[in-house]
Design a protein around this ligand. Sequence first.
Ligand SMILES: Cc1cc2nc3c(=O)[nH]c(=O)nc-3n(C[C@H](O)[C@H](O)[C@H](O)COP(=O)(O)OP(=O)(O)OC[C@H]3O[C@@H](n4cnc5c(N)ncnc54)[C@H](O)[C@@H]3O)c2cc1C
Length: 466
Amino acid sequence: MPMENYNIIIIGAGMAGLCAAVEAVSNNVRVLILEKENEIGGSSLLSGRYMAFANTDLQMQEGIQDSTEMLVNDLLTVGDGANERSLVEAYGQHQLETYQWLIEKGVQFHAVQAVSGHSVPRGHQITPKQAIQTLFDLANSNSNVTFLLNADVKRLRKNNEGKVTEVFYVKDGKEFNAIAEDGVIIASGGFSKSETLLNAFAPQLKGALRIGGKGNVGDGIKLAWEQGAWMRDFPFLKGTYGFHPSADGPRKSQGLVFYKGAIIINAEAKRFVNESISYKLIGTKALEQSDGITYQIWDQAIMKESVPGDALYDFDKLLDLGLIEQANSLSELAQKIDVPEKALLETIQTYNSDVSKGVDQQFGRSTLTHNFGNPTTISEGPFYGMRTTVAMLATYAGIAVDEQARVLNPYNEPIEGLYAAGELVGGFHGAGYMTGSSLGKAAIFGRIAVRTAIQNINTESLFVKG
Ligand SMILES: Cc1cc2nc3c(=O)[nH]c(=O)nc-3n(C[C@H](O)[C@H](O)[C@H](O)COP(=O)(O)OP(=O)(O)OC[C@H]3O[C@@H](n4cnc5c(N)ncnc54)[C@H](O)[C@@H]3O)c2cc1C
C-alpha cells in the first residue's frame, strides 16, 4: 500500500483524540485517526461522567456562583502548587468556550454535582456513550477523515529536518506507515492497565484494583519518550478511593457516600482519615490499613441523598446490586461487615458528638467535600456499610507539554511536529487530582493541539471559533 499523506494524524479515539478530530474537521484539514482497539472510547467511555467547567448556564440555573478564577485556584490548591501554572491557566482560558463548543457539537450535559476538590458544585455530568458517539459521528462523517480501528501505533519517526512526521502502525497483522505534514497528536490515554509501568512507577499501589480502557497501557508515553520527550508528575501517582472490591470497570461499583456524610473505618472499626479530602489522598491512607480493608458507614438520612442514575452517588443501585450491607442497628451492622462491635459503637459515638459540637477532634473534618457542605450525625436507622477499596483508574502523569500542547524535551524546547493531549500529559494536575479535570483537559487540550498544529496552514481560524 502506498504511504499516505495527511495534515494531522491522531493516535487514540477517546475524549482527547475525538475532540482533536472534530476540531480538525472544523478547520478543513485532512486527518487520519488510528485507534488500537476494535471500539472507540478508551477510558473516556468508562468514566464517572464529570467534566469540570465554571460559570456555566447549568450552574447559573442552580444559583451556583462560580468563576474561571475560582476553578483555576482550586486546581492549583488541589495540585499543591506542583502543577505547571501555564497549563492550568490555559484550561481556565478555554474551559467555558470548550463547554459551549461541546454543546454546540451535540454533547449533552445533564446536571451539576459537588465533586472532589471543588469549592462549589462544578461536576458537569455527561453520558459518556452519548458524548463519545456524538463526537465520533461528527468526525467520521467528514470526507477529510480516515478512521481506522484495530490500528495499533508502534513507532514515530522524524524527517530529515528533525520534525516528527511519520507514523508506523500495525493493522490486521500488516505494517503500514503514514505521513503527517502538520502534526502527530498523541492522545492514547494513560497506563492504568499496564502492570509493568505501574510496578515501575507506583509500587505503592500494588493493592489497588486496575480499571481503565483495555488499550491504556502507556503506548503514547513510550512513543513520545523515544522522540526525546520529558516526563512529569510520576511521583504523584495515586489510586482513587470509593470502589467495591468487585469493581471491574463497566459494571456499576463506585459509591462516594463519604462525600455525602458517611465515615470511613478500617477493619478495627476506627476512622483513619478526614473523609472530605480528595479521594486520591484517602486512597493512599486506605492502602496503609491492615490488609487494605476499609468500609464506608452511614445511616438512612445520608442514604436519602442517593442520586438515581449518578455514577458516584447512586447508593440505592449499589444496594440493589448487593454491594451494600443494611442493618437495623449498628451492632447488627458490625456483625454483618465483621468488625468489632464495641469499637464501631465508640467510633460512631465520638463522631456524632464531635459533629454536634462542630469540631471533629480526630481528623478535622468540617465539610462534606473540599469546602462544601456540613457533616451530619450517623444516627437514623437503618444503617449501611460498604466494603470499599482503591482503584487505579487513571494515571495523570506523563508527557511534558506547553500550553499549546507541544511536546517538550528536557530543556523545555518543543519537539517539532509532536503534540499530546489527554490523560497521558503530565504537569497539569500536580500533586493532587480534582474530579472532572481529566475529561476537561482531554477536550480542551485535544482542541488546542490541533489549533497549534495547523496554525501555519490556516491562521485565520486560530483561537477564534466558538
Ligand atoms: C471508572 C473511571 C471513572 C472516571 N471518572 C472520571 C470523571 O468522572 N471525570 C474525569 O474527568 N475523569 C474521569 N476518569 C478519567 C478519565 O476518564 C480519563 O482520564 C480520560 O477519559 C482520558 O481520556 P483520553 O482521551 O486521554 O484517553 P482514553 O479515553 O483512554 O482514550 C485513549 C485511546 O487511545 C487508544 N490507544 C492506546 N494506545 C494506542 C496505540 N498504540 N495506537 C492507537 N490507539 C491507542 C486506546 O485504546 C483508547 O481508545 C475516570 C476513569 C475511569 C476508568
